[in-house]
Every structure is written in C-alpha cells, then in structure tokens.
Ligand binder design. Structure first.
Ligand SMILES: NC(=O)c1ccc[n+]([C@@H]2O[C@H](COP(=O)([O-])OP(=O)(O)OC[C@H]3O[C@@H](n4cnc5c(N)ncnc54)[C@H](O)[C@@H]3O)[C@@H](O)[C@H]2O)c1
Length: 344
C-alpha cells in the first residue's frame, strides 16, 4: 500500500506518516516546508524547530519530497500508484490569513483543487483537513459564562449546525471553499473525498503558535517559565484531541472503504477543557508556578466548540478515547526530553 501525505512534515502530517510507515505502507511526505506554524515562534533554535519533524521522518527512512501542492504537475507525478492521499498541507491560522489572504487562498483552495484533480486523474480516495472554525462565531451568541469556562447548549455540535455564522476571516472562507470543492468532486466525478472538520489537536512534535497549537504553546511557555498571555478571558472551550486519535480517524476511514462526506473529528464530551483549565493542568504536570497576563480578544475566535462525532462513528466506527490527563502527560514528557531546543 502506498500513501501520499501532503503537508507530511507538519505536526499532524508527520504523525500520519509515522503511523502508516510503521504499519508497513510506503509513505511519501510531500511538503514545501513553509511551516507557517513556526514562523512566529519567539523562542528556541528556529532551524531545529523548523526541521524537527522532517528530520524525525528522515530517521525513519520515509521518502521526503520538498514541493508545493500548488505545483499540480509535481503532485500528479508523486501521486501515481498511491492508494490514498491525505492532505495535511495548509495555511492553518486565522491571523496569518488576514495578513495574507491570497496566500491563504492559494494554499487552502488552489492547492486543494490540485489535489482533487490529482485524485480524480488516478481515482484515488482523498482525505482533506478542515476546521471547526467553519461553523463561525455565531456560536458565541449562545454561550453562558461560568467560573473558568464557557458553556453551550447543546453540549455537542453536529454537522447539521449552521455554518459560517457571525464574522468570518479569510481562513473561514478558504476552508469552507475547499469543503465545497471536495463535495463537488465527489458528487460530479464519483471520487471518494472525505473532509475532517478538526477540533484543537495537540501532542508530541507540535510547536504551537499564537492561534495554532495553543495547547503546545501553553505547555512550552509553562516549561520555560515564560509569561502566558491570555487571548480574551481564557474561558474559551474546546474538546481537544490527542494527535494519535486524529491519525486513527484516517486509519479507520481507510479501513471502512473511504466513505465520502464531511465529519466532525474531535475529542467529544469527555475531552472538553477551557484554556484556563488547561493552564492549571499544565502547571500541575510541570510542577511550576505560571505568570498569566491578560490580552485582548481576537477577531474570529470561537468561545466554545465541542464535536458531536456520531457521524464519524456511524460511517467508520471512530470515537476519541484518550483524555487530556493522559494526552497532556505525553506532550509534557516529550517537551522535557527535547527541552534543549527551546532553551537555545
Ligand atoms: N493542529 C490543529 O489543532 C488543527 C485544528 C484544526 C484543523 N487543523 C488542520 O489540520 C491540518 C494539519 O494541521 P497541522 O497542525 O499539522 O499544521 P502544520 O502547520 O503543522 O502543518 C502544515 C504543513 O503543511 C506544509 N505546507 C504549507 N503550505 C504548503 C504547500 N503549499 N505545499 C506543501 N506543503 C505545504 C507546511 O510546511 C507544514 O509542514 C491543516 O489543514 C489544519 O488547518 C489543525
């Protein structure tokens, strides 16, 4: 079996590559090394951080191709003979999408259309990564503020919930646009295309930035004793998902025959945590006092999201099971092991 993982040297992509390589698949990690997520990290050895996941995959003997998903001919040449394509390549942040909406569009829409054309050419099933942000900030109008978190009724939100409500950013537009193209290629050309609407993912090999990988960013700042600046009041809630569980969603989707559709992929009811609760848990795990400062709210920020994942369960039997207590312990262990990169 042969797998093309675009964005393979990113956080999620590198875990997808590692997992399928260990299952015995021939894996190609295709990445242009833009590494949007590391471009604003203000601590540590920048080069080592940028190349950490690439070097990790190289050690495993995985084939690495430094190329862009906007280069359709290159994509087509590397996809030949593949059984599945998983796209983790993206411009993943709201703030950078506002700074450069064209780059956001080219990566998240043009790149995805290239992948769809490639998948169509060879009739290869394709999995795309979207985001729970496509539901929009209208959800914020229905939250109730509690002591250290927001609440929402219903607790879990499914795929029938209205989308793009409230104010949208370029990232909302590009991610939703890619979803629509995915559906169109599936319905028009009969190829199998799944879009995973992912919640906040966390775990080893994630180098968090301001609005992408917030769990890791909080953990790194706690470890280094750096001040933690809250965005808003810190009561924002997510059903965080440990990275290996996101990988298992791809695995189970493939085993079920790659059913087309849009699926919420998140931690669900057992993994709901607010930023403040997460900071507290990390302080405990590192056994460190944290300095917390207040910052302004961010445009487009969702105050609450927790996924109803019943649709993914019905289609391919997937449900999250790793709790933040276990997942955060894994993240903290890894950070302590490679602390030197962050201290540099
Ligand atoms: N990490 C999360 O919490 C989270 C949450 C919701 C959705 N997602 C989505 O999951 C996907 C993977 O996220 P991630 O956290 O691994 O992101 P990441 O930034 O760690 O990885 C993305 C990778 O894509 C590569 N890339 C960017 N533009 C490219 C291009 N034009 N051609 C080839 N490669 C390119 C980057 O170099 C990077 O290695 C993204 O679509 C993201 O929007 C992630």
């Amino acid at each position: 079996m042969k797998l093309l993982v675009t964005g393979g040297c990113g956080f999620l992509g590198s875990h997808v590559c590692e997992y399928f390589h260990k299952l015995g698949w021939q894996v190609i990690a295709y990445d242009n090394m833009t590494k949007f997520e590391t471009s604003r990290i203000e601590f540590g050895d920048q080069d080592k951080i940028r190349n950490y996941n690439k070097d990790f995959l190289k050690e495993l003997g995985i084939c690495i191709v430094t190329a862009d998903i906007c280069d359709k001919e290159c994509l087509i040449s590397w996809a030949k003979g593949c059984n599945v394509i998983i796209n983790c390549a993206a411009q993943p942040t709201m703030t950078l999408s506002e700074t450069n909406p064209r780059k956001d569009f080219e990566t998240n829409v043009t790149g995805v259309v290239n992948l769809l054309e490639t998948a169509h050419k060879y009739n290869i099933p394709l999995a795309l990564c979207s985001s729970i942000h496509v539901y929009g900030t209208g959800i914020n109008d229905n939250v109730v503020e509690a002591n250290d978190h927001y609440e929402h009724i219903p607790i879990l939100i499914n795929e029938n919930y209205p989308i793009l409500t409230g104010e949208i950013t370029p990232l909302h537009a590009s991610k939703r646009c890619a979803e629509i193209y995915g559906r169109m290629y599936s319905e028009t050309y009969g190829i199998k295309v799944a879009t995973f609407r992912l919640t906040g993912i966390y775990g080893e090999r994630q180098f968090g930035s301001e609005d992408h990988g917030w769990v890791s960013l909080l953990a790194i700042k706690t470890m280094l004793g750096l001040p933690i600046q809250l965005i808003g009041n810190g009561k924002q809630v997510r059903d965080i998902l440990y990275v290996t569980e996101a990988v298992s969603a791809f695995d189970m989707w493939i085993k079920a025959g790659c059913p087309s559709g849009i699926y919420n992929i998140g931690g669900g009811a057992d993994n709901i945590i607010s930023v403040l609760q997460c900071i507290k848990q990390l302080g405990y795990l590192f056994n460190k006092e944290q300095v917390i400062t207040k910052g302004g709210a961010r445009r487009g920020d969702l105050l609450y999201f927790a996924c109803d994942t019943q649709k993914a369960f019905d289609a391919f039997g997937w449900k999250a099971s790793i709790t933040p207590e276990i997942g955060l312990t894994g993240l903290v262990r890894w950070l302590k092991e490679c602390k030197a990169i962050f201290n540099a």
